[in-house]
Design a protein around this ligand. Structure first.
Ligand code: COA
Length: 321
């Protein structure tokens, strides 16, 4: 038994923030941002919540799959920027969709969130516990970004992507790997809420994203190709058998370096970060939906999905479309 993606959807906030507009906030330039990251624009919430965006993406994924919300058995939302601590985002999305028969909960593995959610669902479906699932990656990172820090505020964007998956007998997910290295948690971190009670007041608390960009960069270019090779090995295929590498969209130079290390043609690495920036757990499903709606995902194609980010977390999976 395996699991296949039968529908995709995505949603972006209406406001598009071009690099040029960022130069009014921090000391940067369109040229610097494009050259160092490949990013030209990103979408920023002007009120849309992670649940709004996820529900929108999920509705489209359901429609694309030809399924009703009431049919969904498992609703898993990956996010590291939830609107509320409780209830979880997935329960809010469940209500918005009317997916009353689903069990709904969140998963946070930062930029690897969608990939880890996909792998988690695979375990449930292949164990026969549920027959189908709706998985969303959704972020409003603009609320955890320090808009005075030019090292981070240029990178991130808001948005959501979703996929509908179901059990299948042939094809679908061929293999996956996932890893975590908590010892490097400090290189990309963000506080959640200050400990402030009658007995203790936390000082030096940073509720915004702090990052050692160089450290994250070198982690990604070392570990991602290795984890992709590992996932390919588990699936019994090689780099040459892969049609498309759908990677987490963090930085064009990271993607180019990964392609080089894998000795794979860069044309096999679709990129949309120039238009949407780094949307953390939403990056992979939004890119998948773009490819799907453009008719670029043909049945029988072999795809590698790979996520990496804070935690540190990283991993890859191989899918026969
Ligand atoms: N505009 C202009 N200058 C900037 C800038 C910006 N937005 N951000 C940083 N700089 C400056 C720095 O202050 C530094 O100046 P200095 O030499 O006078 O000190 C200079 O540019 C070089 O900074 P550095 O951090 O070494 O640049 P870099 O080439 O490593 O690029 C990143 C910075 C953040 C673009 C890059 O490290 C990166 O993309 N890392 C990965 C981050 C990432 O993807 N995180 C999410 C993973 S999921």
């Amino acid at each position: 038994m395996s699991m296949k993606i039968i529908g995709t959807g995505s949603a972006l906030p209406t406001k598009k923030l071009e690099n040029e507009e960022l130069t009014k906030l921090v000391d940067t330039s369109d040229e610097w941002i494009r050259e160092r990251t490949g990013i030209g624009a990103r979408h920023i919430s002007t009120g849309e919540t992670v649940a709004d965006l996820a529900a929108d993406a999920c509705r489209k994924a359901l429609e694309n799959a030809g399924r009703e919300a009431s049919e969904v058995e498992l609703l898993l939302v990956a996010t590291c920027s939830p609107e509320t601590e409780i209830p979880c985002t997935a329960c809010q999305v469940q209500k918005m969709l009317g997916a009353g028969n689903a069990v709904a909960f969140d998963l946070n593995a930062a930029c690897s969130g969608f990939l880890f959610a996909l792998n988690t669902v695979y375990a449930y479906l292949t164990a026969g516990i549920y027959r189908n699932a709706l998985i969303a990656g959704t972020e409003v990172l603009s609320k955890i970004i320090d808009w005075t820090d030019r090292g981070t505020c240029i990178l991130f964007g808001d948005g959501a992507g979703a996929v509908m998956v179901e059990q299948c007998v042939e094809g679908g997910m061929m293999g996956f790997v996932q890893h975590s290295d908590g010892s490097k948690g400090n290189v990309l971190a963000c506080g959640s809420r200050k400990l402030e009670n009658p007995w203790f007041l936390e000082k030096d608390f940073v509720p915004y994203v702090r990052m050692d960009g160089r450290e994250v960069f070198s982690f990604a270019v070392r570990q991602v190709p290795a984890s992709i090779e590992e996932a390919l090995g588990k699936s019994g295929i090689t780099v040459d058998d892969v049609d498309l590498f759908v990677l987490h969209q963090a930085n064009r130079r990271i993607i180019e370096s990964i392609a080089q290390r894998l000795k794979a043609d860069i044309s096999k690495f679709p990129i949309n970060l120039d238009r949407v920036g780094n949307m953390s757990s939403a990056a992979i499903p939004v890119l998948l939906d773009e490819l799907n709606s453009q008719g670029k995902l043909i049945p029988g194609m072999t795809l590698v999905l790979s996520g990496f980010g804070a935690g540190l977390t990283y991993g890859a999976c191989v899918i026969k479309w």
